[in-house]
Design a binder for this molecule. Structure first.
Ligand code: GLU
Length: 373
């Protein structure tokens, strides 16, 4: 039922393809790109716009350099991705051309999505590509993405892109045919979970990182992507990409893979941006009372509830808010710098002016600038 309804509403689709589906021994698997191109062409005929988010730059680069292990150091990754990305896109452009379509390459970093102005600029580029009937092929710009501006894995990138292009569905092709209650590679009695209504803590407990030399994420990063997409009102469907007809099966609403439903109550695009797009530059540790005030009473963060500060950040920066036992509970934009918070932590708001010699606000993080995770 949910499947049929979602498919009916899908006019724009983000299709994420991981390295584990796309590549084998450092090269692109023969036939796979052709299958994808053929299936995307069918979608386009039905009037559905498609954005591909494809990994594989590093895997292709590894193939060219004959590396057996995925590089760990960032400069190495940058170089290997720079070598592999044109190879990857050449595969797409040749296969799509045969299916009567053109592709366009878009490489993004977190910085392109975190600044509102750049976010809109990127959005306009996609809009023009849709108008031209071209299929954007997106990857992280690994060659310039140092840690501070990295999204990190393409599952999360695909969730951010779904938000950027206002997609109706995020379809993730991976090497497992869905989300299981146990690791299907290790236990025989594992059952596929067809539908997840709430991407919650229980779902995360079930997921295990399936680390593979070629890919960055496992089920955990897919769940994180589904969680983010859900907040923006986008359903996520995780399916096995090794079935050459899988996209058609999804579009027919068949019971394949795992469908994660979106939240009924979605975050505004600004809150989404605070919670999921911005990279935090520091952390604020709060006491139990503040945890309750933030989480249960939906209050702002006051200096009195703060017990510690980590990192060096300025006013307006994104920060993570941690419980006394270092669990992440919220993200927000801070109204005071880390130096200032060091001085006012644990104190009443009425004392701020006396301590600092000035006061901007009573709250360190205002409720409007805060997202509970
Ligand atoms: N951007 C990386 C690549 O193209 C992949 C990241 C990921 O696998 O999630 O190789």
């Amino acid at each position: 039922m949910d499947r049929q309804r979602i498919i009916k509403q899908t006019k724009r689709l983000v299709l994420k393809i991981g390295s584990s589906v796309l590549t084998v021994d450092g090269g692109v698997r023969p036939g796979i790109v052709r299958d994808i191109a053929r299936q995307v062409a069918l979608l386009k005929k039905k009037g559905i716009e498609v954005v591909l988010v494809s990994s594989g730059a590093i895997a292709c680069g590894m193939g060219i350099l004959k590396l057996k292990k995925r590089p760990r150091e960032i400069p190495q990754k940058q170089a290997v991705a720079a070598i592999g990305q044109p190879v990857l896109v050449r595969h797409y452009s040749q296969a799509f051309q045969k299916a009567g379509l053109h592709v366009a390459q878009i490489l993004l970093t977190r910085d392109d999505l975190k600044d509102r102005h750049r976010f809109l600029t990127a959005k306009h580029a996609f809009q023009e590509l849709f108008r031209a009937g071209v299929v954007p092929v997106v990857n992280e710009n690994d060659s310039v993405a140092v840690e501070e501006i990295q999204v990190g894995d393409n599952d999360q990138l695909s969730a951010l892109v779904s938000h950027l292009v206002d997609a109706d569905l995020l379809l993730i092709l991976t090497d497992i045919d869905g989300f299981y209650d146990k690791d299907p590679r290790r236990s025989k009695g594992a059952c596929r979970i067809g539908l997840v209504e709430n991407v919650d803590e229980d779902a995360f407990k079930l997921a295990e990182g399936t680390q593979n030399e070629k890919s960055t994420g496992g089920m955990t990063t897919k769940l994180k992507a589904a969680y983010q997409a859900a907040f923006y009102g986008v359903p996520t469907w995780v399916v096995g990409g090794n079935d050459p007809k899988i996209i058609s099966k999804v579009m027919a609403g068949e019971d394949v893979g795992t469908l994660f439903l979106p939240r009924s109550e979605t975050l505004s695009s600004r809150k989404y941006w605070i919670g999921y797009t911005l990279k935090a530059t520091g952390q604020i540790v709060v006491d139990e009372g503040a945890v309750m005030a933030l989480r249960d009473k939906k209050k702002s963060l006051l200096p009195s509830g703060i017990v510690g500060v980590k990192g060096d950040f300025d006013i307006g920066d994104a920060v993570e808010i941690l419980t006394p036992d270092q669990k992440l509970i919220a993200r927000g934009l801070t109204a005071y710098s880390s130096r200032e918070i060091e001085k006012i932590k644990g104190r009443k708001s009425t004392e701020i002016e006396k301590i600092l010699g000035y006061k901007y606000y009573d709250e360190v993080v205002n409720r409007d600038d805060l997202v509970i995770l």
